[in-house]
Design a protein around this ligand. Structure first.
Ligand SMILES: Nc1nc2c(ncn2[C@@H]2O[C@H](COP(=O)(O)OP(=O)(O)OP(=O)(O)O)[C@@H](O)[C@H]2O)c(=O)[nH]1
Ligand SMILES: [Mg+2]
Length: 363
């Protein structure tokens, strides 16, 4: 008997990308491994004293992992950015991160304007950037303000305090307050769990208000597990006590995890795709119009004609795509019609053969 290949039970999940940025040693790797409950990222090997002074620059490293959250399968991409903030001049690091984010937008822009879609295309747009603030207990540093201010128009920035157990609850509360005052003062458009009192239901307004009040999230990460009341929990063990990662009295980890991988995953995705990406696309299109104008010294009044031309070009491509679909459908209909006609013909032949057999039959 021939063996028929068994169809794999493919449940479609959702793709989500998180970028983690912050100074070295703020706990990014530990946080990612805690979030994914596996060793997705490896720890940095310490520099030797001979090479510690060498400025290596930033490396941007994506890693993929499959998770399941409330029955939903998540194909998670984690983009780590080791080397950020380690150099005297951080301009290069800002630009590297920015161009990584924009490159993902450019890729999808190119894919969307293709007539034939590439079935293997992977959308790598970053949906959330967790910015790890060093737990200094003072206020934001210039580098924190600069990074968040520059990147927030391109990505949902969620500020978090790394290694939050270094601060006492009182220090943490005051630090959170100061950080948010700075974010307000510098008008940094972070992702602040937006809600609409007119549109949203009572429950989600409440949820968003609570999450907003927690900003910046206090993070504690650990790759160690200990047994508490017969249950294995992730915790940091100190001579004077234990900090439990999942205990809401010890850190905001659980609320942050539930928000980014659960309740707010959809919102972060649609904000990225419908607002941040669309803004980038519009800016890029108008930039190319402006540079065309500069290059060919087109008069300002001809600018409108240029943008109309771009719109016409887009329309033309859309029309072409539609025409292709229409042609394909027409072809399929014709094939089906011919198959039907052939079947009708066979049926008629069979009928007439049967009829003539019946006539010749002696019964
Ligand atoms: N107290 C405390 N220490 C932590 C926490 N998370 C990580 N650490 C420790 O801090 C050190 C650095 O943590 P990593 O997770 O490697 O930090 P990183 O941001 O990935 O650092 P680089 O990869 O070197 O840039 C390690 O010794 C961790 O064990 C935390 O929540 N609290
Ligand atoms: Mg690391």
């Amino acid at each position: 008997m021939p063996i028929t290949p068994r169809r794999r039970n493919k449940v479609k999940g959702v793709q989500f990308t998180i970028m983690v940025v912050g100074a070295s040693g703020t706990g990014r790797t530990t946080f990612v491994n805690t979030l994914c409950e596996s060793d997705v990222l490896s720890h940095k090997v310490c520099d030797s004293p001979e090479t510690a002074h060498v400025e290596e620059g930033i490396k941007i490293k994506p890693a993929n992992v499959e998770l399941e959250e409330d029955g939903l399968r998540i194909a998670l991409t984690i983009v780590d950015t080791p080397g950020f903030g380690e150099n005297i001049d951080n301009e290069h690091a800002f630009q590297e991160i920015m161009s990584y984010l924009e490159r993902q937008y450019d890729d999808i822009l190119a894919e969307q304007s293709r007539i034939k879609r590439n079935p293997r295309f992977r959308d790598n747009r970053v949906h959330a950037l967790l910015y790890f603030i060093t737990p200094t207990g003072h206020a934001l540093r210039e580098i924190d303000i600069e990074l968040m201010r520059r990147l927030a128009p391109r990505v949902n920035v969620i500020p978090v305090i790394g290694k939050a157990d270094s601060l006492t609850p009182r220090e943490l509360k005051a630090f959170k307050k100061r950080v948010m005052e700075d974010i307000d003062h510098y008008d940094i458009p972070i992702y602040n769990f937006p809600y609409d009192v007119e549109e949203d239901d009572e429950e989600s307004i409440q949820d968003n208000m609570e999450l907003r009040a927690m900003l910046p999230f206090a993070i504690v990460g650990s790759e160690e597990e200990i047994e508490i009341d017969g249950q294995l929990v992730r915790a940091r063990i100190y001579p004077w006590g234990v900090v439990e990662v999942d205990n809401p009295d010890h850190s905001d980890f659980v609320r942050l995890r539930a928000a980014i991988l659960g309740s707010h995953l959809g919102d972060l995705k649609s904000l990225t795709e419908d607002v941040l990406y669309e803004t980038y696309r519009t800016e890029k299109l108008s930039r190319s119009v402006h540079s065309d104008i500069r290059d060919s010294q087109i008069l300002p009044e001809e600018m409108a004609t240029q943008s109309v031309r771009i719109k016409e070009e887009q329309l033309r491509r859309e029309e072409e795509k539609l025409r292709e679909v229409e042609l394909r459908m027409q072809r399929e209909i014709n094939e089906k019609k011919q198959e039907l006609m052939a079947k009708e013909m066979t049926l008629r032949n069979l009928e007439s053969r049967l009829a003539s057999q019946n006539q010749n039959s002696p019964y």
